[in-house]
Design a protein around this ligand. Structure first.
Ligand code: ZN
Length: 613
């Protein structure tokens, strides 16, 4: 590939570097740098790769001059926050409040910065809610600039290199999350490559039964990890891979990267509290250094014979349906979990347009006959009515929630309904909300548009709670408290619960899935007394507060939506694999697919391996 480029462009090319699948041509010719388009276009068509032209670092303008120039060119209203240089890549990151104003209608502002400073500008949105997580991720990646440049270059070279070990078969192996919820992990072996999709753990189970079955595969043979979304049951084991020496790339969307970091920061703390040590901060950092982000709908080569595309999955911010296109038109795998095929307050329904699907892998969290949820609009109304009733009787509504999505969903519903009572939002949820404010283009267009104008997540009565303040909050009535963990397996929710469990005026409101054997599920099923630790001693807690489960707010498709999803796919799958659900649900949904659509369907078991081609 390098040869072809050098042949065409001659001494206009100083050197070529890869950034994953993308090709970067460094030049020292001003003329070429300013007018590269006509010369590059035929190469892009021929090589079918994204190609960027950058000036060699030595010829980029002085940094101080560049900062002044950027300030001069950017419109004031764009809200400039920070300028960071990555010198070895000739890139300047420009963080602003309103990116569309910094880019210009047809990109003319950004182009002006490029042409006048010779740096290649990348515009990033500043969070509308302060959060250390976001700035820390960005800072960390900038600091690792040299490592990343080298790493991305090696990844790029590996992608075009023909591996000697050509196989004439394609196979998938289920390493977790089959006939169960949790520890999702799938190995895809193609003619030339080994790819792992997701690598999660089971919430609250800190032993082998909670981890994916990786000891049966050769981790060093993996070429890449692909991440569908930032939930622990899909990513919880990934840092472990990097701790034991895996050093390949990990693909995800940009919001998933930020949410993944947030999740891991929290999980390191949870492990410490439980005196378990699956991995340390080192594993998290090593994985972060090797992240390659892709946007939705962006087709990218990730190995010699496999192209990856992420599509909106409708489940949480940045969540993706993973499409692997193997060979040139040889085989297509669509991994559609977790997903929501229905509109929510924040997201669009899961993507359904594919040209061909040979194998569809789909979830069955709510795949049972009984799992038919009320309509979204009714569920939202019930949420507001239920909360208002508790406000009237001067109680507290305690909502256990995952940090991501369900919490922002509820905050957005309360905000859009002009809810006026105090809503206390525990730390990690606040950080996750901050990440939502950076990515309006990943939300549904309606809410994205509102978010660009006003910050619906930030209201005077939405109050951030930090450690040490939790005790005083339960004194403030009436109010709503939203806190992690979502299944009450740990986290600050337990602190609030202990203080409110005997209070008949208050309400424990479940809005999300409660896994088998979790405290949340037990209470949901009618548990009325529980022993929990307090101040180092085990104490008895009577559960006198009202307990209610609100269905229809889930980020997972219900039974009807899971069937409708397959029905709405623009290509009929040849085979369906049903995973990510309790055994009876997975088996039942698989039968329904077979009966309804006449498609070969399976509910595989963990360690099942199937040759696809
Ligand atoms: Zn999920």
């Amino acid at each position: 590939m390098e040869e072809i480029i050098k042949n065409r462009l001659g001494n206009l090319v100083e050197y070529i570097s890869y950034e994953g699948a993308e090709i970067v041509i460094y030049t020292s010719s001003e003329e070429f740098f300013l007018n590269y388009f006509e010369k590059i276009k035929p190469l892009v068509d021929e090589l079918k790769r994204r190609i960027e032209v950058r000036m060699v670092p030595q010829k980029c303008k002085d940094k101080e001059y560049t900062v002044e120039k950027i300030k001069e060119i950017l419109p004031k209203e764009s809200g400039l926050k920070e300028i960071v240089f990555e010198e070895s890549r000739s890139v300047v990151y420009v963080e602003v409040e309103k990116p569309h104003l910094a880019i210009g209608e047809k990109g003319e502002i950004i182009k002006k910065i490029r042409n006048e400073t010779f740096w290649t500008p990348i515009v990033e949105r500043a969070p509308q809610i302060e959060s250390l997580i976001v700035s820390n991720v960005r800072k960390f990646l900038h600091e690792e600039e040299k490592f990343r440049k080298n790493f991305l270059n090696n990844v790029g070279k590996k992608i075009i290199e023909v591996s000697k070990q050509k196989r004439n078969w394609i196979r998938i192996t289920f390493l977790g999350g089959a006939r169960e919820v949790g520890r999702s992990c799938l190995l895809v072996e193609t003619n030339y490559s080994n790819i792992l999709i997701d690598c999660g753990i089971k919430a609250g189970i800190f032993n082998e039964n909670g981890y994916p079955l990786l000891k049966y595969i050769d981790i060093s043979s993996l070429d890449a990890i692909v991440v569908s979304h930032a939930h622990l049951d899909h990513v919880g084991f990934i840092p472990m891979l990097y701790e034991i020496g895996f050093d390949g790339p990990i693909y995800m969307t940009e919001p998933t990267l930020e949410l993944y970091t947030l999740l891991m920061t929290d999980f390191l703390e949870v492990m410490q509290k439980n005196a378990v040590n699956i991995f340390t901060a080192k594993g998290v950092k090593e994985s972060l250094k090797r992240v390659i982000t892709l946007e939705y709908n962006q087709v990218s080569d990730i190995t010699y014979d496999t192209k990856l595309t992420f599509y909106n999955a409708g489940h949480i911010l940045g969540s993706s349906i993973v499409h692997l296109h193997i060979g040139e038109g040889l085989y297509n795998i669509v991994y559609a979990l977790d997903q929501k095929f229905g509109p929510t307050t924040l997201l669009n329904p899961a993507h359904t347009e594919f040209k061909r699907i040979e194998a569809l892998i789909i979830e069955s969290t709510y795949g049972g006959k009984e799992d038919v949820m009320p309509k979204r609009r009714d569920a939202e109304k019930e949420l507001i009515d239920t909360i208002n009733e508790v406000m009237k009787r001067n109680g507290i509504v305690l909502i256990p929630s995952f940090a991501v999505e369900r919490a922002q969903d509820i905050i957005a519903i309360l905000s859009l309904n002009n809810f006026e009572y105090p809503v206390f939002i525990d730390g990690m949820i606040w950080d996750a909300t901050s990440i939502y404010t950076i990515y309006p283009e990943y939300l549904n267009p309606k809410i994205g548009k509102i978010l660009k104008e006003e910050n619906i997540f930030k209201k005077e009565n939405f109050i951030r709670v930090t450690k040490g303040k939790r005790e005083s909050i339960v004194e403030e009535r009436p109010s709503v408290i939203i806190s992690t963990s979502g299944m009450m397996t740990g986290g600050p929710i337990l602190e609030y619960f202990k203080r409110l469990s005997e209070d008949e005026k208050s309400l424990l409101l479940f809005v999300g899935y409660q896994g088998e054997n979790t405290l949340g599920r037990k209470i949901q099923d009618g548990l009325r007394e529980i022993q929990l630790e307090e101040d180092g001693r085990v104490k008895n807690f009577k559960i006198n507060l009202e307990v209610k489960t609100l269905k229809g707010l889930s980020g997972h498709s219900d039974r009807r939506q899971l069937v409708a999803y397959v029905n709405n796919l623009t290509a009929k799958p040849k085979r369906i694999f049903v995973v990510h659900g309790e055994e009876s649900k997975a088996v039942n949904l698989s039968k329904i697919y077979n009966k309804t659509f006449g498609i070969e369907s399976y509910a595989p078991r963990n360690l099942d391996s199937l040759r696809l081609l």
